[in-house]
Design a protein around this ligand. Structure first.
Ligand code: GLU
Length: 493
């Protein structure tokens, strides 16, 4: 058997969406599992909608996900070029061959004429597929039309009577009735190939063995099969991976939350979490385990375990998975990835990254198991860097607006001021013995102090927070809270 070669063929018309990323991932896993090649081809023949910036963003998203390609526009390879706009001569050559062999013909119908023909067919109750009238034009007529300035498209003769039967590696046998097949345009009047034509020429010339792509292309496949047959190319294997739907089973869109890889990156997801989640969208590794490393996915990946049923996209689950990775990944790495979010939120001044590194690392270590994204890490760490926070109202009602609280906080402040060592253990010991001496519950001190130091009622272990803030900041914040509590009408008594 020839070595496995698969391709991912994005059109650079926008950012890489989760659906595209999942297709790329399945191709990558398949290639790596079989020790084959993963090819990146750029389908950029829609020149009106394609852009260099979209291409750059797609490449950067793929790199971020860790889906490295063996051949592609930037790295080259033996089957290049890898951008369709650089392969126009190859499509032209293939189309000429079909014209010469009488398997294709020039079509001079304008879009308006085609619309009128369809309308007429509809009125007469006939199929609205193209009726092949230009196949019968004489050379003299063609020249006459060309002299009028008409530029022909090229159509494939799809004179097929039997159904096209596809053996899809995911969907099994799929039968397409010949009625759905018309004489499809393979080269447009502007000289550009259509997707269905360029795709076949490229997949063949790039020696692609397996075409793994989104289910939305299933209806294109019989058309492509006709092109393969006309050109005398053997068929590759096809595998159409299931659709990705929103929880309400509608098409996944913006209103369901982030849909592009770039957005996930900007929100502070880890690439391995996204890759792990995407892999499970339509593929089941077998067994209960959901958390898999790339290597485990590569080892276990097979098309047989890809489902035909649509996959449901669950934002909550992907966030939960990210939280899992965030907690377990190497702390230095998480802190390094979180640092830009601290800068973006104004917690670390640009240029001070080096200086603040230890502190950021400590804060990340304290908060990361309570949040889902790197952005939330920075949010949860805000009060370590700023003391101008407000106090949560429910916290104030519960822990500050209580008789005697200003005095209690004052005593806590005094006791902490006396400490020589300011680590979590010493702070805890000081707080607990003070509670004993005063005959109050340690919890009262703890809640009150947390609110004073963070403005919040929940968060990481209080004594770790105190130690991380250090003595000066702690005492300052306690003092600020004392003044605040004294200003509350409820605390007068
Ligand atoms: N450029 C096409 C797309 O982005 C490729 C489809 C295919 O894989 O054949 O949908």
């Amino acid at each position: 058997m020839s070595p496995v070669r698969v391709r991912f063929a994005p059109s650079p018309t926008g950012s890489l969406h989760v659906g595209g990323a999942r297709t790329a991932l399945f191709n990558w896993l398949f290639a790596r599992h079989h020790g084959g090649a993963f090819v990146l081809r750029i389908d950029d023949t829609d020149t009106d909608r394609s852009s260099e910036s979209a291409l750059e963003q797609i490449l950067s998203s793929l790199r971020w996900l860790g889906l490295d390609w063996d051949e592609g526009p930037d790295v080259g390879g033996p089957y290049g070029p890898y951008r369709q706009t650089e392969r126009l001569a190859l499509y032209r050559e293939a189309a000429e061959k079909l014209l010469d062999e009488g398997r294709a013909y020039r079509c001079y119908c304008t879009p308006e004429e085609l619309a009128a023909q369809r309308e007429e067919a509809r009125r007469q109750g006939r199929p609205t597929t193209y009726d092949g009238r230009c196949a019968r034009l004489s050379r003299a007529k063609q020249l006459e039309l060309e002299a009028q300035g008409r530029r022909p498209a090229i159509r494939l003769k799809a004179d097929r009577r039997e159904p096209v039967v596809l053996h899809d590696r995911v969907r099994g046998e799929v039968v397409f009735q010949p009625e759905v097949l018309e004489d499809l345009v393979i080269v447009k009047s502007n000289g550009y190939p259509t997707y269905n034509f360029a795709c076949v020429v490229d997949d063949h010339q790039m020696a692609i063995t397996h075409v793994i792509r989104a289910e939305e292309h299933l209806s294109n496949t019989p058309k492509q099969v006709l092109v393969y047959e006309a050109l005398g190319y053997p068929l590759p294997e096809f595998a159409h991976v299931p659709m990705i739907l929103a929880p309400d089973r509608s098409k996944l869109s913006k209103r369901h939350g982030a849909t592009s890889v770039e957005e996930y990156r900007e929100e502070g997801f880890l690439p391995e979490a996204l890759v792990n989640y995407l892999a499970l969208l339509g593929w089941s590794p077998g067994g209960e385990e959901e958390f898999l490393t790339s290597q485990e996915m590569i080892d276990r990946f097979s098309l047989e375990r890809v489902s035909k049923n649509p996959a449901i996209y669950d934002q909550k689950k992907i966030a939960w998975m990210n939280g899992h990775y965030l907690t377990r990944a190497d702390l230095d790495r998480v802190a390094r990835l979180a640092l830009p979010f601290f800068v973006e939120m104004g917690l670390v001044a640009p240029g001070n990254e080096q200086k603040e590194w230890e502190r950021v690392r400590e804060v990340v270590g304290l908060v990361r198991d309570r949040v889902k994204t790197l952005k939330e890490v920075a949010e949860a760490g805000t009060y370590f860097f700023r003391s101008d926070f407000t106090y949560e109202p429910q916290g104030v009602a519960k822990h500050f607006a209580v008789p005697g609280r200003a005095d209690l906080l004052t005593r806590v402040g005094e006791r902490l001021a006396e400490l020589e060592r300011f680590d979590a253990e010493s702070v805890e010991h000081a707080c607990r013995s003070l509670a004993d001496e005063l005959g109050v519950k340690a919890a009262a001190i703890i809640h009150c102090l947390r609110l004073a130091l963070t403005g919040r009622t929940m968060g990481p272990g209080l004594f770790d927070i105190v130690a991380a803030l250090g003595k000066a900041a702690t005492l300052e914040r306690v003092q600020r809270a004392v003044e605040y509590v004294r200003s509350l009408p409820q605390s007068v008594s």
